[in-house]
Design a protein around this ligand. Structure first.
Ligand code: ADP
Length: 243
């Protein structure tokens, strides 16, 4: 079944067509990957489907419902959560506060501390345990390693209970042990029914983790299929290796 689909999605910056007439399908309930060389439009595509950028043309649908051009909070409410290539962790808030702010982004920190809902606190602690950083609850964001920040950001995404999760380079800049841990978490969350869309440069991770791969080159999807189908596609080799 189709999860997130786009038809003719297009976004230009000046003369550059960052996303160019992209019609793609990501499968509901599966782990999907979006790959492509640097500058091929992956981030712009992510930004268009999460409402950070308004596309110039085309549509985006989530399980059939049109989400094109909606504000980010409305797209989040429709069930899409996302992480960022460079983590978004507040450096002067503790790990727990970072999660509480994820559910009430507009509350000042003082108000947040006074009025934190016990249910939110319990949920935040469960998620910290889930991602394996419960012992860091009182540590400030600035004192976390980069890998720990990635895990905190994933927990933050999960606070909103999204059924579709977009991860921007989850393996980028983290050590191999943590890459394995993040991969295992993605598999676990997927087994519980969550759909993933992962932008990732680490090909080993992409090939071992995903069910369905979409390849972008110069803003356009040039191949879509299983990891094996995509790996053997001459257009993909050409895009990556210039052969
Ligand atoms: P990727 O994520 O695959 O590396 P991007 O979506 O970041 O690709 O970029 C696609 C193209 O669009 C690149 O040529 C990039 O320089 C350009 N681009 C992306 N964002 C902007 C922007 N805000 N302003 C101008 N050009 C941009």
């Amino acid at each position: 079944m189709s999860g997130l689909t786009t038809t003719g999605l297009t976004k230009s910056f000046g003369g550059v067509r960052a996303v160019d007439d992209a019609s793609v399908e990501f499968l509901d309930g599966r782990i999907n990957a979006l790959i492509g060389p640097n500058g091929s439009g992956k981030t712009t595509f992510f930004n268009c489907v999460t409402g950070m950028i308004r596309p110039d043309a085309g549509t985006a649908r989530l399980r059939g419902a049109d989400i094109t051009g909606l504000a980010p909070h409305r797209i989040a409410r429709a069930g899409i959560g996302r992480s960022f290539q460079l983590c978004r962790v507040f450096p002067r808030m503790t790990v727990l506060e970072n999660l509480l702010v994820a559910v009430r982004p507009r509350s000042p920190l003082g108000a947040l501390k006074r009025s934190a809902q016990p249910a939110d606190v319990a949920k935040a602690r469960d998620l910290l345990t889930r991602v394996g950083i419960e012992h860091l609850e009182h540590v400030e964001g600035r004192d976390l390693s980069y890998g720990q920040q990635k895990l905190l950001e994933l927990a933050g995404v999960l606070m909103a209970d999204p059924d579709t999760i977009l991860l921007d380079e989850p393996a980028g800049g983290v050590n191999p042990a943590l890459i394995d841990r993040i991969g295992a978490l993605v598999r676990e969350l997927n087994a519980e029914g969550r759909t993933f869309l992962v932008v990732e440069h680490n090909m080993d991770m992409v090939m071992s983790l995903s069910d369905h791969v979409v390849v972008f080159d110069r803003g356009r999807p040039i191949a879509q299929g299983t990891p094996a189908e995509v790996r053997d596609d001459p257009r993909v080799l050409e895009a990556y290796l210039g052969v």
